[in-house]
Design a binder for this molecule. Sequence first.
Ligand SMILES: Nc1nc2c(c(=O)[nH]1)N[C@H]1C(S)=C(S)[C@@H](COP(=O)(O)O)O[C@H]1N2
Ligand SMILES: [Mo]
Length: 198
Amino acid sequence: MKNIRQLLALALIAALMLQCKAPGLLRENNGPSQQALAEAGQHAHCGQADPQYVTRQVTVTGDVVHPLVLTVDSLRKMEVTTLRELKIVCQTGMARDSAQTTLGVRLKDILEKATIDQQGHQDRNFYIVARASDNYKATFSWAELFNNPAGEQVYVLFEQDGKPLKEKGEMILVSLSDTRTGPRHVKWLKSIEAQRIK
Ligand SMILES: Nc1nc2c(c(=O)[nH]1)N[C@H]1C(S)=C(S)[C@@H](COP(=O)(O)O)O[C@H]1N2
Ligand SMILES: [Mo]
């Protein structure tokens, strides 16, 4: 009796592990690349539905004049953009997610509200880190956000196909002009930190 239970438990663990690794392994034709394997390992609990990571607020901190605490409600009060045909593609080339319509607020607008603490117009060497509750991170530079068309395409999203973001959210950051959108797609966004380069 005890043995059967142990066997069942083992089988369950094996099945869960396979589920986690299989997509990466199957999609690479010539065997998994080192990168794909590394990614499969990094994908926090194979991504999706892990309620322990869900965040309900995003702090905006660092070298800013007005630190902020953002929620879905406060984002809705800002200028909201409707985005069409969102596609999230991993660095390995795998399609990971897609949506017809998504609602979001520009990161630029959020940082303008918080106001990066610039001391004169040549003080423009800042980096901005979007950090998730699993400590996944994406980094931006002041110049790419404020002096480059790429900056117009960086959003904090809060609604996908008419529904609030649950397992992945409540807020996500995306950089839509990136060649592959997976790497700077930050689920479970927790903080946005602006820091002057020392
Ligand atoms: N918080 C968080 N965001 C993340 C990741 C992660 O592990 N944690 N993985 C990234 C990677 S590698 C990709 S390709 C995309 C899509 O991954 P998903 O299919 O695991 O959602 O999300 C990115 N955002
Ligand atoms: Mo990825």
